[in-house]
Structures are given as C-alpha cells and as structure tokens.
Design a protein around this ligand. Structure first.
Ligand code: DGY
Length: 327
C-alpha cells in the first residue's frame, strides 16, 4: 500500500525510468522543477521525508539535517558530497550515499576535452569561423599548443586523475602527479610522483582532481598560480573553490598561467558579471563533466540503489560517511 512505503523527497525531475523505479519502492515527493528547491522548501520537504534523493545543488547543512526528524538516508546523485555536512549526518546516524566509479571515465573524457579544446583553441576557432574571419588558410592562423611531448601535471591521483593519466599516455605526454598517500602508478601509465610545487613549475598543463574539503579549499591560490609557466594551461573539473577564483582572474590577466579551462567555478552558476567572463583566455563549461546520457543514468540508478539499501536498514552500497556504521 502506498502509505506504507517510505517517503522520499526527490529534489529534481529525473528520467522517467528512474521515477518509475522510485515509485515502485517509495512514496515519492517529487520536486518537479528543473531548478533546485529553495531553502525553505528543502527544509519543509525534508521534515516529512524518510529519505532524500539530492543533487550537488542542494546545500544540506546541519540546520537542514536537524529538520529531518525521520530522515534515515541522504542519497546524493554525485561522487562529491561537499554540499552535505557529513559530520552532522554522521552525528545523527544518517548514512550519506554517493556515486563513485560510474562517472570516472566520463569525467576524465571531459577533462581531456577541455585540455584539447584549450590547447588547440577549438572555441576560438569556432568563433572565428562564425564571425566570418575565415578568408584563407594561413601559416599562423589560430596556432595552438601540442599535447604530444608536453608535460601534464595531475593534482589528485584518485580514480579520475588516473583515468586522465591513461588518456595522456596515449597522447605521448609526460605525466607528473601528486597524491597525499603514495600509490604505484597504474599499469601501462608512466607517471612520476612529484610535489605540488614541482608540478606547478614543470607542467605545461595542470589538471585538478582533488575533492573539495577544508584542506583543499583555495589549494591553488596566488602563490601556486605564480609558480606556473607563463605558457601553461590550468584545467579544473574538480570543484570551483579548490581554486581561489579572484587570484585566478589576476593570474590570467597577467598571463601566468596562459589559460584556464574550467568546468566548475567558485559560485555556480557563475554570476554573469563575474570578471572571469571578461577574460579571453578562459573557457568555462557549466559543470557538465559527468554529463553523458549513459553516465547520468548510471548515477541516478546508483542513487536509487543507495536509497533502497538505506531505507531497508542495509548498509549503503556507496557510503561517503562509513563511520556512521561504527557508532
Ligand atoms: C560529481 O559527481 O561530484 C560531479 O561533480 C557531478 O557529476
């Protein structure tokens, strides 16, 4: 009977097959808009829910969690959980699910797309053609940078960082990486461990793959940017606040690094008056690194799986605060 099913607040319209799956198991309270619920609505709906299907746009902080009087599971359709106060969820015994693994290759594809697009000036080239500037083939029109033979520095060498390295190997790039805990370079990838400063100083491309935590907020600031080569390109598909965006604007203005290619910004969506948008040497995408049809479906299904497990009293398949089970 519908009323006996656990009540789940679903924060956004989702593909019909996901909604069908949710309806099969839960009493679904669907936020039908394409925009996220405002804070008051979020609190109101959470206060009646046993579970929540959230996206990275929902800020689920302590105040919100406290209103979840019967909340038993938070299932985030993202690998990152920086939008959720994990400590507060843990304190209240609420497991938080996320979606690692399924988006690794798709995100790495996109990081590499940004790398290629900025190195080979794809956006400039498209604008050039559309503006009617293509009058002839010219020896110095729209010259870009080679990937082969260049050095790619990867900051954060987890699954996505390693997947980017795999792609860079195929492009004959030299790869440097840094990771807090040393790991063997994965099979088939010739990558050298280095310090963050060495990576910044020696790389032609620097790609960021660290999660956003209190330690990584503004990990790349004015000092770090000043270490980069004046020809280098910074790629960020991690989280916007990993980079101090004000410092990045200044750095790009001064030409060191030469360019940035960003899928994430410190505030999302970016304010249309943000100075970053006035710079010609940056390309910006609207946080779409995992946005392939297949991957988004896998992420949504994984988030449903986590809800199913959590609301049947089982351990979440992917849990971002496993310590919740130790208490
Ligand atoms: C994540 O999952 O954390 C990405 O940023 C969105 O797919």
């Amino acid at each position: 009977m519908r009323s006996e099913k656990p009540r789940v607040f679903v924060c956004r319209q989702l593909p019909q097959e996901i909604i069908d799956r949710l309806n099969e198991h839960f009493n679904v309270d669907l936020w039908e808009s394409d925009m996220p619920p405002d804070r008051n609505s979020l609190v109101e709906h959470i206060s009646k829910a046993d579970g929540i299907f959230s996206l990275l746009t929902e800020r689920i902080d302590n105040e919100v969690i406290e209103q979840g009087h019967s909340l038993k599971v938070i299932s985030n359709m993202a690998v990152g959980t920086d939008n959720i106060d994990l400590a507060s969820a843990t304190k209240r015994g609420i497991p938080v699910g996320n979606t690692p693994g399924v988006l690794t290759e798709t995100t790495a594809d996109f990081a590499f797309s940004l790398l290629l697009a900025s190195a080979r000036r794809i956006v400039d080239a498209d604008n050039y053609v559309r503006a009617g500037h293509w009058k002839t083939w010219g020896p110095s029109i729209l010259l870009g940078r080679d990937l082969h033979g260049a050095t790619l520095g990867i900051i954060g060498f987890g699954a996505i960082g390693q997947a980017v390295a795999k792609r860079a190997s195929g492009f004959d790039m030299k790869i440097l990486y840094c990771k807090r805990t040393p790991i063997e370079s994965p099979e088939g990838i010739n990558a050298t461990r280095a310090t963050t400063d060495q990576i910044l100083m020696q790389s032609d491309f620097v790609s960021l793959h660290v999660p956003l935590t209190t330690e990584t907020r503004h990990f790349i600031g004015a000092r770090e940017l000043s270490l980069m080569k004046d020809s280098s390109i910074l790629i960020n598909t991690a989280r916007g606040p990993v980079v101090d965006q004000k410092a990045l604007v200044e750095a790009l203005r001064s030409g060191r690094p030469a360019k940035a290619a960003l899928d994430v910004t410190s505030v999302e969506p970016i304010d249309m008056n943000d100075e970053l948008l006035s710079l010609p040497n940056v390309i910006i995408a609207p946080h779409i690194a995992s946005a392939s049809v297949a991957t988004r479906l896998k992420m949504a299904n994984m988030a449903v799986d986590n809800l199913l497990a959590g609301l049947s009293g089982e351990r979440l398949i992917n849990c971002a605060n496993p310590e919740v089970y130790d208490q």
